[in-house]
Design a protein around this ligand. Sequence first.
Ligand code: GAP
Length: 445
Amino acid sequence: MNMSLVKLEDLVSLTKRRGFIYPGSSIYGGLSGTWDYGPLGVKLKDNLLSSWKDFFVDSRIDMYMVDAAILMNKKVWQASGHVDTFSDPLVECRNCHNRFRADKIDLKKCPTCGFLDSFTDKRDFNLMFSTKIGPVENIIDKENNSDDESLIYLRPETAQGIFTNYKNIIDSFYPDIPFGIAQHGKAFRNEISPRDFIFRSREFEQLEIEYFVNPDEWTEKFELWISLIKQWFSIIGLNSKNIHEHEIESSERAHYSKRTIDFEFDFPIGREELMGLAYRADFDLSNIERLSKKSMIYKPKDGKPGFVPHVIEPSFGVERLIMAVLSSAYKIDEINGESRIYLDLPILLAPVKVVVGPLVKNNQLLVDKSKEVFELIRKDIKDVVWDDNGNIGKRYRRADEIGTPYCVTIDFNTLEDGSVTLRERNTTKQKRLDFKTLVDHIKNK
Ligand code: GAP
């Protein structure tokens, strides 16, 4: 029996207990909207990033990767429209003074104190975190009463670090069009109500690609990206039944977009946006051209007239991918009358691939042989873990709960004929194999 659709609190509890994700700054009572990744979370995230990079960048010849600074000249955010328009509608309850996103609540009744008709009028709240650059501390600005030259922002999207490097990539590599520039990194948004575990965080990571095309080709390339995104979702184990394409109406689209499809996912919190695919046309490059006074024209190699490329942007959020992957993988079944939780993670994402240990730990011969097998596997397979704690049943359950595909147990037969037990996570089936063939067997799965 398989029951799917984990409750959010069960996911939060498992990820904390087993060292995937902890609430940020919890030792001091926390900091809302921030999360820390523990050892297994780091591995899971690394594996997810590697898969994205393999599929969208390294296996292609038309992609270039950049790693731009998080701190950028504030003109970037003027050109992109973020200074003027990157805001959410904010209301405050006059009774309890809690603040909310006006578009996310029923404005008749305060969700915290229950007061009726207690809200202030909506006002636009800009989501960018601002900070100061240099040791100016406002002294001169205050004295001169001038604009604050030291004001800068933490980037609210990685995309702009790509656009600002478009010309550098053209100058260094002179790529054929279409081509893409990819970036992975942190983004920061001062969300009014961070909520639902890592789903809406104030500090999160994005995986973004700006794909530069000839304006005549955008519709064809847009369709191509839809299919690529779906292919990758299947590689990371997301069931297509849980993914929904939502064509965003023009009135709902972001200021820069002429077409957007949100890929929504059936999260434990309901159907919500997982990632977006947007046609940004020449919005960004033309604005950069205007503010920087530098030409963004691409000159085709065949001598045809130059043009400002149009852009298709697949934008993934790492936290939402992790939440989708974990909630898809979370399974409960029954083994020998006992309930079991396991993560049905694809092998490529599993933070631990193999757990190795002796049947019992109080026999030195078994322990020595197990260490030998452990070292042998480790030469070829990353993320092999040693575990000799508790009885074998409990070890298997611990391994299942973090999504370990294989457990290898060394017992007294191993000492005689070199065979070991290989136990498979989902089926719990066990088979005996010569330990020398283990690595090939696991790798060929
Ligand atoms: N460059 C385009 C852009 O940033 P977006 O729809 O605002 O578009 C893209 O963000 C993706 O980033 C979202 O689909 C989501 O996966 C992720 N994301 C955005 N805000 C987030 C937040 N506060 N917490 C976690 N992920 C977020």
